[in-house]
Ligand binder design. Structure first.
Ligand SMILES: *[C@@H]1O[C@H](CO)[C@@H](O)[C@H](O)[C@H]1NC(C)=O
Ligand SMILES: *[C@@H]1O[C@H](CO)[C@@H](O)[C@H](O)[C@H]1NC(C)=O
Length: 569
């Protein structure tokens, strides 16, 4: 957002924006039950996450092929500010640095994804396997294990090899199932002696809906009301195929687990006494998490999806439903193909019933017959979709428990972005978000939900898909304008560290001091920046020190605050 040489007046304006946004936060509001003091089960796993395209950079290095995200982000107008993931965090070159950050946090696991085109440039294994790509992941896995950090490895986090998209239509084509299976097989063969936790897909909903309905994500297609269902159908089959491959060919030797990671918001009825709202809220969850989880745990799509899409397709005069069907054989092949469930969760919506006439055309969104609402009191640090609603997390986890037979769960993504224009290392809102969401997770475990691990999303600030670099999810701040992409700990690093070392929230007395202690260090580092004369930083600014812009921001905020205080007196 902030490029070089932004005029000073702009900073004041941004500052006013920052301050006024901060005033709207009401983080302390907690009408859904008190904070729960207690600890997690012994052996509970604490991690952080990332994904290949968002962090690796090195998009065309060492024989890597292009992915659909390389193609998409290089098109002008698709990504905010026309940004790309070409270099991003340069994670490809910073494996050691990043693992030392993880060690400092005392993480017990790290979730990352393997770039398919880095290993197999065209996507088709019989064409060519890129040994340099294998080396990179070998090294990453070895260094993690040496540091006693368990790798949890995702095979697909949205970066399909471009050749498969351009030549065969990507996930719209059933032949992706066997190409993906070959790629997975290669990963089991090369890494499976060391990797014991595999995830086939991370958030396939996004590939289906954002990739093929709205077109906001690669491959940028708008095949409304048909594309997402076809794509999801093939991804579910691909998942099942890969699970069977692992189960029959590798499990006896490698003794690992393989699952899928599904993301979903919680949907709460607007009016809990209105049956229509209650049903609409359930539909909301069934059309997202249930779309994938129900076939994988029970063998077929949720009844409510079959009913709604079937009825609307008939009203539109179509001979068959836009939702594809599984044969009896496929159902039994797909059912029971997840050793654990990865859960990604960020936010909640209020849901009310809303009819959309079939004549208005096809769309995944109108198929659901509902409207999404948010409570204006929910804290929202700036991202247009991510409101902090911790109690929704506990409800979603309980939903998973009752719907899918209490599966083993790893939370694979949970976190919050900020959209401040200033460099912000004192991320109070992230501390509050993790504290409250992790506390609801603890309550869910007390409810009997079988959660084994929690993954903060994400370790670093990174390329945030169509939002470019404007949204920062990291525990660590990354200075993207500096070629070296230096990382700086935000206050949330200190806070998360305390949760990890205490394995939860042992007592009120102890926990109450954490936030102060976490923000103490960040305010000292900010003060250092503010009091040092600017000129002494000039040489180091591109290398070591947090950007000039930040320093200016802080100086100006001091001036601005003084101005405010004076006016009040
Ligand atoms: C992105 O690229 C398009 C097309 O070249 C251009 O019109 C637009 O101004 C660019 N946006 C920015 C922020 O540079
Ligand atoms: C699907 O992929 C196969 C190659 O596996 C190709 O022969 C076929 O033409 C593709 N279908 C479409 C519709 O692109």
């Amino acid at each position: 957002m902030l490029r070089h040489g932004v005029p000073g007046r702009c900073h004041v304006l941004m500052l006013v924006l920052c301050l006024s946004a901060a005033e709207d936060f009401q983080w302390t509001k907690n009408e859904w039950g008190a904070f729960y003091y207690g600890t997690f089960p012994t052996g509970f796993s604490w991690g952080a996450g990332s994904s290949a395209y968002q962090t690796e950079g090195a998009w065309d290095k060492d024989g890597k092929g292009m992915s659909i995200w390389d193609v998409f982000s290089h098109k002008k107008g698709k990504i905010l500010m026309n940004d790309t993931g070409d270099s991003s965090c340069e994670g490809y070159y910073k494996v050691k640095d990043d693992i030392s950050l993880m060690k400092d946090l005392k993480l017990t696991h790290y979730c990352f994804s393997i770039s398919w085109p880095r290993l197999i440039p065209t996507g088709i294994k019989s064409d060519h396997v890129n040994e340099k790509g294998i080396e990179y992941y070998d090294n990453l896995i070895n260094l993690l294990l040496e540091s006693k950090i368990t790798p949890i490895v995702t095979l697909y986090h949205w970066d399909l090899p471009r050749v498969l998209q351009d030549k065969y239509g990507g996930w719209q084509n059933i032949s992706m199932v066997s190409y993906f299976n070959d790629f997975a097989n290669l990963c089991f063969e090369r890494f499976g002696n060391r990797v014991k936790y595999w995830i086939t897909f991370n958030n396939p909903w996004s590939t289906a809906v954002e990739g093929h309905e709205t077109g906001e994500h690669a491959p940028g297609l708008q095949l409304r009301g048909t594309g997402p269902y076809r794509v999801a159908h093939h991804m579910i089959k691909a998942h099942a195929k890969v699970w069977h491959t692992y189960d029959t060919q590798w499990r006896h030797k490698q003794k690992g687990l393989l699952g899928i990671s599904l993301s979903g918001d919680w949907g709460e009825p607007v009016d809990i006494t209105n049956l229509k709202d209650i049903e609409a809220a359930e539909r909301y969850v069934q059309f997202s998490m249930g779309w994938f989880a129900t076939p994988i745990f029970h063998g077929d799509y949720p009844q409510v999806m079959k009913d709604y899409i079937g009825r609307k397709s008939a009203e539109q005069g179509l001979g068959s439903s836009r939702l594809p069907t599984f044969s009896a054989q496929e159902k039994s092949y797909i059912k029971g193909t997840s050793d654990f469930l990865g859960v990604g969760h960020f936010t909640t919506r209020y849901i009310t019933q809303k009819n959309f006439p079939s004549s208005r055309g096809n769309s995944y969104f109108t198929d659901r017959d509902l409207a999404e609402l948010v409570d204006p009191h929910w804290p929202d640090p700036g991202s247009e979709w991510l409101y902090s609603v911790p109690w929704g997390f506990r409800r979603l986890l309980n939903f998973v428990k009752t719907q899918y037979g209490n599966p083993m769960i790893y939370v694979t993504e949970n976190g919050v972005s900020e959209k401040t224009l200033c460099t912000e290392l004192c991320d109070d809102w992230r501390i509050q978000y993790h504290r409250d969401y992790i506390n609801e997770l603890l309550k869910a475990i007390k409810d009997g939900v079988n959660v084994k691990g929690y993954t903060a999303w994400s370790l670093l600030d990174k390329f945030e898909w169509d939002e470019g670099y404007s949204e920062r999810f990291g525990l660590y701040y990354v200075d993207f304008r500096n070629k070296n992409k230096p990382r700086y700990p935000k206050a949330s690093v200190q806070y998360y560290k305390r949760i990890i070392s205490a394995n939860g929230f042992p007592s009120q007395r102890e926990v109450e001091s954490w936030k102060r202690k976490a923000t103490e260090t960040c305010s000292t580092s900010n003060q250092l920046l503010a009091t040092d004369p600017l000129t002494s930083h000039m040489e180091m600014v591109t290398e070591i020190v947090v950007p000039t812009v930040c320093t200016l921001c802080i100086l100006l905020s001091a001036v601005f605050l003084m101005f405010l205080l004076r006016r009040r007196n």
